[in-house]
Design a protein around this ligand. Sequence first.
Ligand code: 2M8
Length: 459
Amino acid sequence: MGSGLSAFGGAATDSLRLAPDAPWLWNDAVAVLRANDLGEWTKPAPRLYPHQWSLDSAFIALGLCRVDADRALRELEHLFGAQWADGRLPHIVFNPKAHDYFPGPDLWACADVAGGAAPRGQTTSGLVHHPMQALAAWSVWEAAVEPAALVPRFRALYPRLLAWHRYLTAARDPQATGLLTIYHPWEGTDNSPRWDTALAHVVVGEVPDYSRHDLKHVEDASERPTRGEYDRYLWLAGLLKAARYDDALIQRTHPFLVKDVLASAIFAAANQALGSIAERLGRPEEERREIAALARRSSLAVQGQWDEAAQLALDIDLLAGQPIRVTTCAGLSPLLVPDLEPSLGRRLADRALGADFAGAPGLAFTVVPSTAPGSPGYQARSYWRGPSWPVINWLLWWGLRQQGFAEHAAALRSANLALLEQPAARFGEYFELGTGTPLGSSEQSWTAAVVLDWLAALP
Ligand code: 2M8
């Protein structure tokens, strides 16, 4: 256990309303976060993920603030300590003491190839993750028992959040569409069928021999991406390094460029949250208007991806110039955006609980699968190809609440808590739909974090 959790007790603070029937689940979730805590930041999992991941830390801050707002804010501060000079926030900040993860910092070599843009004091990956950090920061502000004490730290964090959003706007959406472009499956939902057709067009060259560490920590290899998928991931990573992480060059030459609806929906929500922080900090009107315009643009763009035939919002394969026709949880992401058109909201809410998703036949718990059972690319135990992910379910639950679908939200929350209350669940990374069996790592930090948030928010 790290030293950073001295104020991080098992009991809830007085600002909380706990689900009365599950104090042990609360305590166990706190214990997972305490065990994975390294003082300034939290490992996503005890062995499988020994570094700091950007999206994981956003979820961790969002759950941790229910127990200790000061420590939750430190999670984000440490992450932003590795921000690049151009505003990008890396998807991994490497732990110099951990060597049991592949690929490590050498594969990315950011400081060597990206010139002055990459940080000097820390090693990072050359990718980004979904931009949920402002949403997490705003949650910390709202949950803090004494937010005034944290204001100086929010003043210091705010320009970093704004620079991150400006990087995404300028570099990941140079077409000003409101939809963010991703360069690699690791920037999103790793081996989801969302990427299959775009990846199939990538001609993979020679990949230097490598050995994976993940398969040492997960008993059944079918729960993790395949060797063929890893070859593609490494080939794409090599191309990004060869392009010196230069966004303009990447967007002219890279063979995998996808407009990601989930990333863009999260960006819309994060801009709304950043706007709330800007208002509390009394930032200039012009800046607040800039942020509000980003929220609006991404919100409209994500809703514009709604496809009547699929009854989902679809990603776009930029190189093929085609929407990506798969049935995955990402298609429900308009639920996250501010100012969602009400009739679209109703359809999405029913779709999330309907026959392709939480209402699919044969589910042990009525939670939203990552990929619709039986749809192309679906696999029961493989990572993002079918199993349910508590963090995705949390996002959809949050979206349903934002859009005013309280009953749908309550049903999703109850089903997820029932799944996670199983003695064998042990805060699994993801879960097999038919049995509720935990897959991947156990004691996964972001699973524990969303449990805390769910328990703190009564239905
Ligand atoms: C998983 O991704 C990493 C690569 O970034 C991996 O498979 O080794 C994904 O689930 C990703 O979304 C998550 O942030 C990360 C750490 O939990 O693990």
